[in-house]
Design a protein around this ligand. Structure first.
Ligand SMILES: [Zn+2]
Length: 82
């Protein structure tokens, strides 16, 4: 059970939803922010020189991770990579 938002891992975890007050296992999803797009673009430019195999790795690494309550669908916490 994790109640400290700063300690949320990058995978689903058990917590108390601040909205519906239920004990839930969060659902995680990755979202692409504008920063991610920018980095992907820059990586693509570098990738043209260094090899395109680096691009998917970098794109995934810089995505935000959002923890969502499975009952009321509220966004409990978002882990920012920046
Ligand atoms: Zn909830």
């Amino acid at each position: 059970m994790i109640l400290d938002l700063d300690k949320f891992p990058a995978h689903p975890c058990q917590t108390q939803c601040p909205e519906c007050r239920q004990f839930v296992t969060t659902e995680t999803s990755t979202s692409v922010s504008s920063v991610t797009c920018l980095i992907c673009f820059m990586t693509a430019l570098i990738g043209c020189v260094a090899g395109c195999c680096l691009i998917p790795f970098c794109c995934d690494r810089f995505k935000d991770i959002t923890h969502t309550c499975p009952k009321c669908r509220v966004c409990i916490h978002t882990i920012k990579k920046f």
